[in-house]
Write a new protein. Structure first.
Length: 182
């Protein structure tokens, strides 16, 4: 009977330790994610595109269409020292297109947040909401899983994009005079 109780205590202890270790596992974006974009400029958040993105361990990321990549970092406070937010910046279209996002972990396999894209000359600008769902904890680069966009959100052909307007050009301000030293 004593051996049975000792064995049961060991099993319970091991299960408890595993649960604690799992609960303390920190958020990390590293891995392959499916991203669905919704147009933030529409009343019902019209779906725009689904892409695949890989966050690589060195703080870089690559996307599912050629030349779409950038950098990321975590911030905030969460278990195991990893942040609960991920900041993303990047480029596409040979550096003429730009990305910026602030993503929040809902759990270790799901993030949501705001994602913006624009062209350097501001002929294109879109605010989106994005939902990311983890596909895998590892990435192969280039993305070889056949992932491609359902709609390319940066080429102006998606009807959901047409709700935005081109920002007005800001007038160039005259430089302020320097204060006199007399």
């Amino acid at each position: 009977m004593t051996k049975w109780i000792r064995g049961a205590v060991v099993v319970v202890f091991c299960l408890a330790c595993g649960t604690v270790a799992q609960a303390q596992a920190g958020n990390t974006p590293v891995g392959r994610w499916s991203m669905t974009f919704y147009n933030d400029n529409t009343p019902n958040l019209t779906p725009m595109a689904t892409q695949t993105l890989c966050f690589l361990p060195a703080g870089t990321w690559v996307g599912s269409f050629p030349g779409w990549n950038g950098r990321w970092f975590q911030k905030g406070v969460a278990a195991a020292g990893n942040g609960d937010r991920v900041r993303v910046t990047g480029n596409y279209a040979n550096g003429v297109g730009n990305d910026s996002a602030e993503l929040d972990f809902n759990n270790v396999n799901n993030m949501t947040g705001a994602w913006s894209e624009w062209r350097d000359n501001f002929t294109f600008f879109v605010w989106t909401r994005v939902i990311l769902t983890r596909i895998n904890n590892a990435c192969t680069t280039p993305l070889t899983d056949g992932a491609s966009s359902e709609a390319v959100i940066d080429d102006g052909t998606n009807a959901a994009e047409r709700s935005y307007s081109v920002p007005q050009t800001c007038p160039v301000a005259e430089p302020m005079p320097l204060p006199s030293t007399r």
